[in-house]
Design a protein around this ligand. Structure first.
Ligand SMILES: Cc1ncc(COP(=O)(O)O)c(C=O)c1O
Length: 411
């Protein structure tokens, strides 16, 4: 079978069985006990005083921005080399995303952050990209000096730590993603965590006023792991799986991670919705397996570290015990060539992020990004290639992927 970075990478047999069973219980799809169970489990596990589920990480971020009172004319600082779903909620509230350049570990440059703070700045979104902790102390100190709130974007780093403390417990408030390609997955899903009572009360009120996603939407998410299992199994059989995947996407039978409207700064319906019980069942099931999933990622990253050391023209991530490696991202100027060649050899590498505000067809004008404004982020976007670290990739697969990468680069 081919090796995949994406396409439902966390799904194991028990998850498939759970999806199958849940599909036949539509009366449990919207309301149920699993949402509360997930919130309680999560806050004890992180730990945090308060935790609130949402239909996605971006919906959680939208609620946070409303709770902290972001409005017309405010500025929110975030790093470039991110996904369009992060600046979008800022824009929906009439505020401006201000993009800060990165450093070469894909997280925010503190030097550039300092330059971009103005009298209109209200908050900083601190993104721990690919599971690599940001410059936590420096960013927190700068925020304190300028009286700015810090929102931790933990979409990539669930279960990650920095100097012994959980990522997500440093800022004023944090959000996590249970999206399809994240650390754990319920296809769509998100969590907001905070220790601040006043903020928690506002977020609880916002959450309470939201509606549930429709049955059709929940059905598409429940079907997702099952459909993709079939796609992957048939991927190399006369290209059947590849054609099937393209057809399914076109027909809208499963959802896109980022809708076409969002790539133009638009707001999807689920951005203002609760987490559904059916998907909470999944997220909870996966959260209970998280240590194994993350230990596996670190083990696979160590294989790449060893096998790719000295790869001509490539920059490997620094191996830090704090990094949980959602994906193992290398940078090299033959990135596009490598991704294309590897695909022809049955290895689907990833391209996060291939645009300073990804995906590649995001309309940068609509999200207020000016090309040239964050040169390091733009360079990383041209040069990034992700190798898979997920639970479906064995050490043998990782050795094979590293071998193929070396062969292609040394052509
Ligand atoms: C860096 C980053 N932050 C936030 C999000 C939003 O997460 P979600 O897909 O759960 O809305 C994503 C994922 O798309 C992301 O990559």
């Amino acid at each position: 079978m081919a090796i995949f970075t994406s396409l439902s990478p966390n799904t194991e047999k028990d998850d498939l069985w759970l999806a199958w069973q849940t599909l036949f219980k539509p009366w449990q799809w919207q309301k149920g006990q699993a949402v509360l169970e997930l919130e309680n489990y999560f806050k004890n596990w992180l730990p945090a005083s308060y935790a609130f589920t949402f239909s996605s990480g971006r919906a959680g971020l939208y609620a946070i921005l409303q709770a902290i009172g972001i409005t017309d004319g405010d500025e929110v600082l975030l790093q470039a080399y991110t996904c369009v779903v992060v600046p979008n909620p800022i824009i929906w509230l009439g505020a401006r995303p201000i993009y800060v350049d990165c450093q070469d570990d894909f997280t925010m440059s503190v030097e550039d952050l300092e330059k971009k703070i103005t009298a209109k700045s209200k908050a900083i979104i601190m993104q721990h990209t690919f599971g690599c902790p940001s410059q936590v102390e420096a960013i927190m100190a700068l925020a304190k000096r300028h009286n700015l709130l810090v929102i931790e974007d933990c979409a990539h780093c669930l279960g990650g730590h920095y100097q012994g403390q959980a990522l997500g417990a440093f800022g004023d408030v944090s959000f996590f993603s249970f999206g399809r390609d994240k650390i754990i997955s319920s296809v769509f899903g998100g969590m907001v965590a905070t220790n601040n009572l006043a903020l928690a009360e506002k977020i609880a009120k916002l959450q309470n006023n939201l509606s549930y996603p429709s049955y059709g939407w929940i059905y598409r998410q429940l079907a997702h792991p099952l459909v993709l299992f079939f796609v992957k199994k048939t991927y190399n059989i006369l290209s059947f799986g590849k054609i099937l995947a393209a057809a399914i996407k076109q027909l809208g039978l499963i959802s896109r991670a980022v809708s076409l409207a969002e790539r133009q700064g638009g707001k999807p319906s689920f951005a203002g919705q609760k987490m559904s019980n059916g998907l909470a069942v999944f997220a909870l099931h996966q959260l209970k397996k998280i240590d194994r999933l993350n230990e596996h990622r670190q083990k696979i990253a160590a294989v790449y570290d060893r096998e790719l050391a000295g790869l001509a023209g490539a920059q490997l991530p620094q191996f830090r015990s704090d990094n949980i490696f959602l994906r193992y991202t290398i940078c090299l100027n033959k990135a596009k060539f490598l991704i294309k060649q590897a695909k022809s050899k049955g290895i689907e590498l990833g391209c996060w992020y291939d645009w300073p505000v990804a995906p590649r067809d995001t309309n940068l004008d609509k999200v207020f990004y000016t090309l040239g404004s964050c040169p390091m982020a733009e360079k990383l976007a041209e040069e990034s290639v992700n190798l898979p670290t997920n639970i479906q990739v064995s050490e043998k697969d990782a050795l094979e992927a590293a071998k193929v990468v070396k062969e292609i680069i040394n052509i």
